[in-house]
Design a protein around this ligand. Structure first.
Ligand code: ADP
Ligand code: MG
Length: 269
């Protein structure tokens, strides 16, 4: 049965926060895996030159024949760059360090902020029958991140449950506003998700309260706990949902995926 509230084509979400180590890659991999487990067809686009999402899903550097870089500069087609993962329903466009020079190399390209959008929002994407595309962004508000925001329908912000977590948000919101005013007027904020949460820690609880007070319903009800299984999973080249399906981390990402699916199907302002 077709859903009249669903936009045609995949929903594209940029997973962004200019701070490093806040859980962007972990959230990208595990939210994607949880959506895939729900039967959704999901593609991860790795635009971080560090390629952590690619490594975390077992795409060895030697296997990365074509990468996001080749796609955005027009040297490869979608069908060349999309690699399968060990997870059913989950594919990835991997990244390598060649992306690190993109910022400078693409500067003189007049379409520089539209390159990823043009690569992903094209008829050829229909052949993959995707429901979601999650873009794993680098820890910076650089040209690559702006490309992700221009390509995306919405931005998802992982927020580490620690002091100063909210500090960087105003800069991020400013960038989102600029992107809306220039290249992507329909860009929405999907939400903010608290990561590495420790309920026994007063600070974690305080940061969560602050976030909910300031950001209201934008904050996902689901909170991602700090869980050692989550941090171990990438060294086994698996999402935590496959590495330890019954862990607290797996349960949390399943709950988040259900919440996202509900949000994506409700009519939004
Ligand atoms: P980013 O992509 O924002 O730089 P990562 O997703 O790579 O952040 O996470 C930073 C570090 O924190 C990684 O070592 C990761 O394994 C760890 N980590 C992330 N989320 C959790 C969690 N819920 N529980 C335990 N460790 C986590
Ligand atoms: Mg990362």
């Amino acid at each position: 049965v077709s859903d009249p509230t669903r936009p045609p084509g995949p929903k594209i979400i940029a997973v962004t926060n200019q701070k490093g180590g806040v859980g962007k890659t972990t959230t990208t991999i595990n939210l994607a895996a949880a959506l895939a487990e729900r039967g959704k067809r999901v593609l991860i686009v790795d635009i971080d030159p560090q390629g952590n999402a690619s490594t975390g899903l077992g795409i060895a550097a030697s296997q990365r024949k074509f990468t996001t870089y080749d796609l955005i500069v027009g040297e490869a087609e979608l069908r060349d760059v999309i690699a399968d993962t060990a997870v059913r329903n989950l594919g990835i466009i991997p990244a390598t360090t060649d992306l690190s020079s993109a910022d400078i190399e693409l500067f003189s390209n007049e379409k520089r902020v539209f390159l990823l959008r043009d690569a992903l929002r094209q008829p050829a994407i229909d052949a993959f029958a995707l429901d979601y595309i999650l873009i794993d962004c680098p820890p910076s508000l650089n040209l690559l991140t702006v490309n992700a925001m221009v390509a995306a329908h919405s931005v998802l912000v992982p927020l580490q449950s620690e002091f100063f977590a909210l500090e960087g948000l105003s800069q991020l919101m400013l960038t989102i506003r600029e992107v809306r005013q220039t290249a992507n007027p329909d860009l929405r904020i999907e939400g903010v998700v608290m990561t590495m949460y420790d309920g026994r820690n007063n600070l974690s609880r305080q940061v969560e309260l602050d976030a909910r007070e300031n950001l209201g319903d934008l904050v996902f009800k689901t909170v991602i706990p700090r869980n050692v299984r989550v941090s171990e999973a990438p060294s086994f080249a698996l999402p935590v949902l496959e590495y330890d399906p019954n862990s607290k981390g797996s349960e949390a990402y399943r709950s988040m995926a259900a919440e996202l699916d509900r949000r994506s199907h409700s009519v939004q302002a």
